[in-house]
Ligand binder design. Structure first.
Ligand SMILES: Cc1cc2nc3c(=O)[nH]c(=O)nc-3n(C[C@H](O)[C@H](O)[C@H](O)COP(=O)(O)O)c2cc1C
Length: 199
């Protein structure tokens, strides 16, 4: 099978690209600064773009030609928190992807507890095993369908104590969720190590 993307529409292209880049980590993002109106949504077009300085990037598409709440909040305030969710949080993460009007807080709707962040105004989720407070660095636009790639500097990281060992994070104990596509997710399968080589 050989694919020429110039023959495909937006949906068909989406299915193939997201089906090829699997599994994807998920950035579970709180945005906004007003108490009672904090927005929450998952984004799996997510990676780091630099480790020193630490910087994370994620892609936010448009909804019916308009910016999603997360995008609008970040453009307005320049601050947000990226959380890494574990298996017990999967259902809440999934439900937080449902579209609600901007004045509805998914955090309130799902009854999730928040705690103040240290450096930024947007609060973070108390139960998340990892939270990364971010300040917006730049937004890159791609194509003409409203895709925006947000790059943020990590200004503070919070890690649940039991996950942190010798300056590293124990992936098994973290038990992160990742996305395959649509409502399909995966967890860590076998974890194994090979003989180290010089990179
Ligand atoms: C696991 C998961 C990952 C998602 N990843 C993305 C993504 O990378 N980019 C995107 O624009 N939407 C993504 N979505 C859809 C958004 O979460 C959804 O549009 C959400 O309603 C946006 O919320 P907001 O309008 O409150 O920002 C994803 C949905 C799920 C369930």
């Amino acid at each position: 099978m050989e694919i020429d993307f110039s023959t495909l529409n937006k949906e068909a292209s989406y299915k193939l690209i997201t089906g090829a880049v699997v599994p994807r980590p998920i950035a579970w993002i709180t945005s906004g600064i007003e108490p009672g109106r904090i927005n929450l949504a998952p984004f799996s077009a997510f990676t780091f773009v630099s480790t020193y300085p630490p910087m994370l990037g994620f892609n936010c598409g448009a909804r019916e030609g308009l910016r999603k709440d997360t995008s609008r909040n970040i453009h307005a305030h320049g601050e947000y928190v990226i959380h890494i969710a574990d298996q017990p949080l999967l259902e809440a993460l999934h439900l937080s992807s449902e579209h609600h009007p901007p004045d509805v807080s998914e955090v309130e709707l799902l009854g999730l507890e928040t705690v103040p962040s240290t450096v930024i105004r947007t609060p973070r989720l108390a139960r998340a095993p990892i939270s990364l407070e971010c300040k917006l660095s730049e937004v890159l636009s791609f194509g003409n369908k409203g895709n925006e790639f947000f790059v943020g500097a990590v200004v503070r990281m919070h890690i649940r104590d039991d996950l942190y060992r010798d300056g590293k994070i124990d992936a098994r104990s973290l038990n992160p969720v990742c996305r395959i596509g649509g409502p399909t997710y995966a967890s860590l399968g076998d974890v194994f190590s090979l003989k180290p080589v010089k990179p």
